[in-house]
Design a protein around this ligand. Structure first.
Ligand code: UD1
Length: 430
């Protein structure tokens, strides 16, 4: 089974290019089927989640042409089925965006119940509530969510929780509904705005994305477009924290610094220098990190997808830190793994109390989910000795060329498949 083998101790230094935002890409790819004309998407991250979604789209007759690794042409004129099933789609979260996209276009869709990282119960009641408000019948049976409507008509939806997934799904279903839809208490994440911009470039009429009230005037149909996906806020944030934890000096390039503000603010608070330019952010960590408190919140708050990475940094800081997870209830599974590396962390309900230690030591650990997996890689890069990380398929869901990018910054990390590979790695790194 493939693992990452890491020899820690090198400060990460240099520049790294950030790819397109996975969570924006997933919604935008799904929304591309809503016109019969061809759509060209650029800056698509080449990660497992996007590739699985593209396969699912192909399985119903969508024509996908991979122009290059990060550019794809999509044509949804010849869709021949509205049922998306299969083991692969169940493993990703974003399959459900096809529900909103196909319901919006054909007034009917059936999609396997979503999977994704096991970080909490992840209900979809707000998606269902939104579809129903647009006049659809929604039924869950045999592991499929079925949505169907005679006519979709605009509705007024107040989201009971701030949810990225439901905001984007309902937005897609509403763009061709008759009349006006209002989504209140909408998510404000950059990828919500990106999806709205994309749909507007196809002829939709969406206003207010990025605020908590989104207004959508239904249009008759959508047309083809060419669109470039925004940079990945979480990939960028992960490299920024990798710089902090290894006491390095890393410039993340091709980013939108505004999207990184909550991350930059915490890095400054714990003692890093952060320099912003137009499309890059440099993080320099020259001394031991300070402790702090952080609570995950919807955008523009500190992202839940950065919670494990900041916890790894605080685990090495001076003093006691408190991390509160307010979005997902089961997002501390990495703590046991980090404890094997010497961290001192106590979890009480949705709070982790972290007593900073002087060092982590290499250990054999397992990635419990995507972001926690990336955070454990960062811990390994800072640890004394060798760390091996299993279940890297989770990490590959959302990080393109993660080991390669880290190596350009001076990290010693490799994918190994056998004990012999691991021994070779150990001999090479000394
Ligand atoms: C998306 C991201 C994920 C990120 C999360 C929060 C994708 C593929 N995944 O997940 O990486 O961690 O946003 O930024 O884009 N909720 C309900 N009912 C619903 C929907 C959600 O109660 O119908 C709750 C969830 O349990 C959670 C909160 O709302 O507590 C936020 O979830 P949501 O923003 O929907 O997350 P996802 O879209 O699943």
């Amino acid at each position: 089974m493939e693992q990452y083998a890491i020899k820690g101790g090198n400060p990460l230094v240099g520049e790294v290019e950030i790819g397109g935002a996975k969570n924006a890409a997933l919604a935008i790819l799904a929304a591309s089927v809503m016109t019969d004309e061809t759509v060209l998407i650029e800056n698509m991250p080449d990660v497992r989640d996007t590739n699985v979604l593209l396969q699912a789209m192909e399985s119903i007759g969508v024509i996908i042409e991979r122009v290059d690794r990060h550019t794809v042409k999509i044509n949804g004129a010849h869709i021949n089925g509205l049922v998306i099933d299969g083991d692969y789609i169940k493993r990703i979260r974003a399959g459900y965006y096809l529900l909103g996209a196909l319901l919006g276009k054909y007034k009917k869709a059936e999609v396997a119940f979503p999977g994704g990282c096991n970080i909490g119960s992840r209900p979809i009641d707000q998606h269902i509530k939104g579809f129903k408000a647009l006049g659809a019948n929604v039924d869950i049976a045999h592991g499929l969510i079925k949505a169907e409507a005679e006519h979709l008509r605009g509705g007024h939806i107040y989201m009971d929780v701030v949810t990225v997934g439901a905001t984007m799904n309902v937005m897609m279903a509403a763009v061709m509904a008759e009349g006006q839809t209002i989504i209140e208490n909408a998510a404000k994440e950059p990828h919500v705005v990106d999806l709205a911009n994309f749909l507007n470039s196809m002829g939709a009429n969406i206003r207010g994305a990025g605020t908590d009230v989104i207004r959508i005037k239904g249009v008759q149909k959508l047309h083809g477009t060419e669109y470039t996906i925004i940079p990945d806020q979480i990939e960028a944030g992960t490299f920024m924290f990798a710089a902090a934890v290894t006491r390095g000096d890393v410039t993340v390039k091709n980013v939108i610094p505004k999207h990184l503000e909550s991350i930059s603010a915490k890095l400054i608070e714990i003692g890093c220098e952060v320099e912003e330019s137009d499309d890059a952010v440099r993080v320099v960590a020259s001394k031991r990190l300070n402790h702090t408190q952080v609570k995950t919140l919807p955008y523009p708050g500190f992202p839940t997808d950065m919670q494990p990475q900041i916890a790894v940094a605080l685990g090495l800081s001076s003093g006691t830190s408190i991390v509160t997870e307010s979005i997902f209830e089961n997002r501390f599974k990495y703590v046991d793994e980090l404890t094997r590396m010497g961290a001192s962390i106590k979890v009480e309900s949705n709070t982790a109390i972290i007593d900073g230690v002087d060092r982590y030591t290499g250990a054999s650990i397992t990635a419990p989910d995507l972001r926690a997996g990336a955070a454990l890689v960062i811990a390994g890069l800072a640890a004394e000795g060798i760390t091996t990380i299993d279940e890297i398929r989770y990490i590959e869901r959302g990080y393109e060329d993660f080991p390669q990018k880290l190596r350009t910054l001076g990290a010693q990390i490799e994918v190994v498949d056998t004990e012999k590979d691991l021994q070779k790695f150990k001999l090479r790194v000394g």
